[in-house]
Design a protein around this ligand. Structure first.
Ligand code: ADP
Ligand code: MG
Length: 238
């Protein structure tokens, strides 16, 4: 049994089908990358798995450790071990990170874990005293998301363009922290990205190419080289 199993998933936004029969499996302690052109449905896939409003699942299944997620509200999905780092992390005025993490099920001395993790990621710990993401820069938000990941220790982490807006040093720190998560608690990581520099540090076990709502190819880092050299044209289905 795989940690994450997505089978023949179909997702509609508004009236349009965006994810069109996507299947993949992800084992504990492994990293899968998804690469695909703008608009092919990567964020829609991530948002639908996380149960965000506005994404209608019209077919297929998503399971974590054999348990179906799709009937559950999004907060329950988090309790079942799913973590999503959004492409555009949201402000949550009025809520502090510590309270949010405790409500989401983080246990132990969450405040000191947050401090340690902020330092590991090169994020000033006092920024985590503010309301969630309020007045943080793009790069600080991304690092704050990884602090949350580390405090929650999810079974499955979906990272939607966690590299966007990060400078080279921050990118390295984030990628190393996520990679260590695969060893520390066997986190299964699904990393959506356009860029090789993240994957150099994250060292994916498999790379998937997504075009037009489905996986159309898979392979190793040589596939990333090919995409960087030649683009997505030969993978487009229409
Ligand atoms: P990617 O992340 O691969 O760039 P997205 O999943 O964000 O692609 O978008 C896929 C398609 O779905 C795009 O055509 C986009 O305009 C559309 N889409 C995504 N989210 C919404 C939304 N909330 N409302 C309307 N259209 C959306
Ligand atoms: Mg996207």
């Amino acid at each position: 049994m795989s940690t994450l199993e997505i089978r023949d998933l179909h997702v509609t936004v508004g009236e349009r089908e965006i994810v069109k029969g996507l299947s993949l499996t992800l084992d504990a302690g492994t990293v899968a990358a998804i690469m695909g052109p703008n608009g092919c449905g990567k964020s829609t896939l991530a948002n639908a798995i996380a149960g965000r409003p506005g994404y209608q699942i019209t077919g297929g299944s998503v399971m974590i450790n054999g348990e179906s997620l799709l009937e559950l509200p999004s907060d329950e999905r988090a309790r079942h071990g799913l973590f999503l780092a959004l492409q555009q992390p949201l402000d949550v005025p009025g809520v502090r990170p510590l309270d949010m993490l405790t409500a989401a099920g983080a246990t132990g001395d969450v405040a000191s874990v947050m401090n340690v993790e902020a330092q590991r990621l090169g994020l000033r710990p006092e920024l985590l005293q503010r309301f969630v993401n309020v007045d943080l820069s793009g790069g600080e938000r991304k690092r704050a998301e990884i602090v949350q990941l580390a405090a929650l220790r999810p079974a499955v982490a979906i990272l939607d363009e966690i590299d966007s807006g990060l400078d080279v040093d921050a990118l390295g720190a984030v990628a190393r922290r996520v990679h260590e998560a695969t060893r520390e608690w066997n986190c299964a990581v699904l990393a959506i990205t356009h860029f090789r520099r993240l994957l150099n540090e994250l060292t994916p076990d498999i790379v998937y190419v997504m075009t037009d709502g489905a996986i159309v190819a898979s392979g190793g880092m040589e596939l990333v080289d090919e995409l960087e050299a030649n683009g997505y044209e030969k993978f487009r289905t229409r």
